[in-house]
Ligand binder design. Structure first.
Ligand code: 13P
Ligand code: SF4
Length: 364
């Protein structure tokens, strides 16, 4: 059967999509599971069977028996779902253009080049554990699997770094420098021992001495959404509301996380605010759709949830998953057609699974 094209679906209004999504879900029953990341817009999020941060959703994917896993999130998440499930299960991303700009900042070619260049100073396979943030392509996870490395998420970065240092004395951390730095600092690693590898420069722009002294070599990547949060925004807000509690995602810059009362994953932020006192005031450094939802959920109890940046900080790639694309992929599944399947070649998946399973074993 031929896949219906997206074009006619693009003309549907959200209400019609909602009804058609519900109908398709009824027909597909337990053959389908919809996973929704916290950054998804409400019109999509409401249809998720399970919601969560990257770690929680990876575990959901690994544990599901459903034939179809429709991942309302970004590309690396659907890849992880494919890697952690049986070969007869199908992982679908409603819009294949929903990537992650941070994940795109590291690719296999540049990481292999870095590994080779580090080899001019020390034997990386003996001294360096490669750690990739889950926000990365499958072949980088495979690289970590092959070189005794591991994957981390914002929830388990501390556990993963502990594990890494038990095996080798240094870490090459990619692609997010902020998560690496923020986590390393809370472990007591001084900033001077966390150097930035500029992948556009020979030897990452570092001297042999800097590499020898480093505990963590941080890839020069960042999230363009979280990069927008600044420590001055906290100071300005607190001038007006001094009682404010500040909570930040660890992809935020170091100075923001230093000033925050709490730092953690999307799931952690949701849980911490839910456990806060009614009537409390929160300033939150993470994606806009999630903060707006928290604001709406807590306003009845008098709790105020504010977004940290005065500028819009939406994840535009997460936003690509809309009700129209969700309707499109679900109705095709009803017709027996898997559109926008994300499939990782088995030789890559096997090595990536090694690194992902190491992560799942050390995760809290
Ligand atoms: P979480 O795992 O905390 O949900 O983070 C994923 C992400 O992409 C944040 O930008
Ligand atoms: Fe990637 Fe940043 Fe979007 Fe998260 S918020 S998916 S890190 S671009």
């Amino acid at each position: 059967m031929n896949a219906a094209a997206i074009q006619p679906y693009a003309l549907l209004d959200d209400q019609e999509c909602e009804q058609r999504i519900r109908r398709a879900r009824q027909v597909l029953g337990e053959r389908l599971v919809i996973l929704g990341h916290h950054y998804q817009r409400d019109e999509v999020f409401q249809h998720a069977d399970f919601t969560g941060d990257s770690l929680k959703l990876s575990r959901q994917a690994a544990g599901t028996k459903a034939e179809y896993i429709v991942f309302c999130g970004v590309h690396f998440m659907a890849e992880v779902a494919d890697i952690l499930t049986r070969t007869d299960q199908v992982s679908i991303l409603p819009d294949l253009a929903a990537g992650c700009s941070m994940a795109d900042m590291a690719d296999l070619q540049h990481v292999e080049k870095a590994w080779k260049e580090l080899g001019e100073v020390l034997d990386p396979d003996e001294h360096v554990t490669p750690v990739t943030y889950i926000n990365s392509a499958a072949d980088l996870k495979a690289f970590c699997g092959e070189h005794g490395g591991i994957v981390c998420t914002s929830t388990n970065a501390r556990h993963v770094l502990d594990w890494s240092f038990e095996h080798r004395e240094k870490v090459l951390f990619f692609p997010d420098q902020h998560l690496g730095r923020n986590t390393g600092y809370t472990m007591g690693i001084p900033l001077e021992q966390m150097v930035v590898w500029d992948y556009d420069k020979p030897m990452g722009g570092l001297t042999a001495e800097q590499i020898r002294q480093a505990k963590i070599i941080l890839w020069k990547g960042f999230c363009s959404v979280h990069q927008m949060f600044q420590p001055e925004q906290i100071d300005n807000f607190k001038q007006k509301y001094p009682e404010t509690i500040v909570i930040a995602h660890p992809e935020s810059p170091f100075e923001v996380c230093r000033k925050a009362d709490f730092v953690g994953s999307t799931e952690y932020i949701i849980k911490t605010i839910a456990e806060g006192k009614p009537g409390s005031r929160w300033l939150v450094a993470t994606e806009l759709n999630m903060v707006n939802r928290l604001h709406d959920q807590h306003k009845a109890e008098g709790t105020n949830v504010h977004f940290m940046s005065p500028n819009v900080c939406m994840c535009s790639t997460m936003f690509r998953i809309d009700p129209q694309h969700l309707t499109w992929v679900l109705e095709n599944l009803v017709d027996g057609v898997a559109v926008n399947q994300v499939s990782v070649p088995e030789n890559t998946a096997e090595l990536a699974r090694l690194a992902l399973n190491r992560m799942l074993e050390v995760s809290p």
